[in-house]
Design a protein around this ligand. Structure first.
Ligand code: DX5
Ligand code: ZN
Length: 230
């Protein structure tokens, strides 16, 4: 993974057919996805349950590029080893998931995996100031985590701008997760984001049997985001 601020579209398989993850991952990559975003939920940190490291390992075999694992779980530390072993390229933990996020980020990097830090909509970016040398990616949640298909929270755009300034020249990706559409993608791209997670907006209208809409959706989001990026 070489660092670049070029726009990357990361479809979230939360909106895929859960009985067909392998084929869905192959389909979105064939249709132009840059990263595959994998949402892990525990029914405790967030009010929804998805799957764990065994499923990630199974999915990995069907992904050629970057597997971006978003952990919405608490605690995080007991499971980092298993998610690293599953073949994740990026593991993102939530700042709010426990009292020792610094240790969690250290543990992720110790496995040779890129470390991501996610912030809920209510979390201020000041909390990140002393972690900047520990992270490869900061994920700004633009919905409250737990479900796909929610409405984009516009107050987070200013947060992305401030974060972009705070990051400066450091090689840290800014990822946006939640409610990304052709309407909202330009706002966050202009504010400084480079990784756009999109679940419903990528998978809408398509299927493994008819994946062309995935490609059209990805191209549409990429095109407006690239035009807005500064
Ligand atoms: C929300 C997840 C997101 C979600 C995005 O908790 O982390 O990745 O799937 O879905 P959309 O793009 O539908 O908001
Ligand atoms: Zn996510």
């Amino acid at each position: 993974m070489t660092f670049s601020r070029a726009i990357k579209i990361a479809p979230s398989i939360l909106s895929a057919d859960f009985a067909n993850f392998g084929a869905e991952c192959q389909a979105i990559e064939a249709q132009g996805a840059d990263w595959v975003h994998v949402d892990v939920m525990d029914g405790h940190f967030v009010p929804n349950i998805t799957f764990g490291p065994t499923t990630c390992a199974a999915i990995r075999k069907h992904i050629k590029g970057v597997m971006d694992v978003h952990l919405m779980i608490a605690p995080v530390d007991p499971y980092i080893d298993a998610f690293a072993q599953s073949g994740a390229d990026v593991i993102t933990a939530h700042l709010e998931a426990g009292p020792h996020i610094h240790r969690s980020l250290q543990a992720i990097r110790a496995h040779g995996v890129k470390a991501g830090l996610a912030l809920n909509p209510g979390t201020p970016i000041e909390a990140v100031a002393h972690l900047l040398d520990m992270v490869d990616l900061i994920c700004v949640m633009t919905v409250n985590p737990g479900f796909g298909g929610q409405k984009f929270i516009h107050s987070q755009v200013d947060k992305v701008c401030s974060l972009r300034t705070m990051i400066g020249d450091r090689p840290i990706h800014i990822e946006i997760d939640g409610g990304v559409t052709v309407e909202t993608a330009p706002l966050v791209a202009a504010a400084g984001a480079d990784v756009l997670v999109a679940g419903s907006a990528v998978f809408k209208g398509g299927s493994v049997a008819d994946p062309a809409p995935y490609g059209a959706n990805i191209r549409a989001i990429r095109s407006v985001a690239e035009a807005a990026q500064v």
